[in-house]
Ligand binder design. Structure first.
Ligand SMILES: C[C@@]1(CC(=O)O)C2=NC(=C\c3[nH]c(c(CCC(=O)O)c3CC(=O)O)Cc3[nH]c(c(CC(=O)O)c3CCC(=O)O)/C=C3\N/C(=C\2)[C@@H](CCC(=O)O)[C@]3(C)CC(=O)O)/[C@H]1CCC(=O)O
Ligand SMILES: C[S@@+](CC[C@H](N)C(=O)[O-])C[C@H]1O[C@@H](n2cnc3c(N)ncnc32)[C@H](O)[C@@H]1O
Length: 234
């Protein structure tokens, strides 16, 4: 049988894909790595079909390996007879626990088939919330910026896990970036926030992103000229 990795999108149950919802309807058990993804899954699945697994949020490699072996064993046992799903917020292949599950299954249970249903990642939800466009010809890098860190280099970056917005902002502006923050985007749990002022989101909240754009970069797409030309609109 199959283990489906289902991306739930940023949090709004209506942003779950039709295919993702069909899979959630069809499987016998839906596993989730945390409270928020479980809450979203619960909008589509009765609690009797939600599975129970324990995931430590730690950097300790021994603890992580032990927990993932236990989790993969439990999922694999169920998947001997049934199709099951493992949900994640956003997309399963973007900075997600699903990678751990897939690697552990392939190491210890190679016969189990795994299929991924993509989801609306926080990064595309963020572009929409900010009303920015990743124009043709431009690059965009994904980075992490936990605990006040501030990666630099690329012209445009989306930073995940911004847990100290004030310190990250200070470092990025010193390095020549303009920064915007987004918190709890397209989620029903908590208030959505978009701001350029890090003091408004000084309190730690894991569900925070930053968009950093190097000052002075130019738009190169042909239609950008319409914003400055004297051509008449109709
Ligand atoms: C250790 C730490 C370091 C760090 O962030 O680097 C870390 N998470 C931390 C905190 C934390 N995590 C979460 C909350 C909110 C709780 C709440 O409020 O409900 C808080 C609390 C807080 O921030 O206070 C929720 C959460 N996180 C992930 C998912 C699942 C998913 O999305 O798949 C969900 C549930 C989402 C849902 O509901 O489903 C996923 C990941 N978290 C990881 C690491 C990676 C795993 C380890 C590894 O692979 O090495 C991994 C796999 C990937 C990654 O994040 O790269 C840091 C420790 C604190 C510190 O010491 O600073
Ligand atoms: C472990 S990563 C999971 C990313 C997810 N797989 C995705 O594709 O969006 C968790 C980070 O994603 C970001 N994130 C996920 N959902 C979010 C949301 N609705 N609003 C703001 N940030 C979000 C936060 O930066 C959070 O620290």
């Amino acid at each position: 049988m199959t283990v489906y990795g289902v991306g739930l999108g940023p949090g709004d149950p209506k942003l779950v894909t039709v295919k993702g919802r069909d899979i959630l309807d069809s499987v016998t058990t839906v596993y989730s790595p945390g409270r928020l993804s479980r809450t979203v899954a619960r909008q589509h699945v009765p609690s009797s079909r939600i599975g129970d697994l324990d995931f430590p949020m730690t950097r300790d490699p021994d603890k992580l390996r032990r927990a993932w072996k236990d989790a993969a064993n439990a999922v694999a046992e169920k998947a001997m007879s049934d199709d099951v799903a493992f949900v994640t917020l956003g997309d399963p292949n973007v900075y997600s626990t699903f990678g751990h599950l897939r690697r552990t299954l392939s190491a210890f249970h190679p016969a189990i088939s795994v299929e991924v249903i993509p989801g609306v990642s926080a990064m595309t939800a963020f572009a929409t919330a900010l009303d920015i466009e990743i124009e043709s010809g431009t690059g965009l890098s994904l980075r992490e910026a936990a605990n006040g860190s501030a990666p630099t280099g690329p012209d445009r970056m989306i930073l995940f896990k911004v847990t100290d917005a004030v310190e990250t902002h200070e470092k990025l502006t010193a390095a020549g970036y303009n920064v915007q923050f987004g918190r709890r985007l397209f989620m029903e749990q908590g208030e959505t926030m978009i701001t350029t002022d890090p003091t408004e989101i000084a309190e730690r909240d894991y569900y925070t992103l930053a968009y950093a754009e190097r000052e002075g970069i130019e738009q190169t797409v042909p239609t950008a000229a319409f914003n400055t030309s004297s051509e008449e609109s109709v």
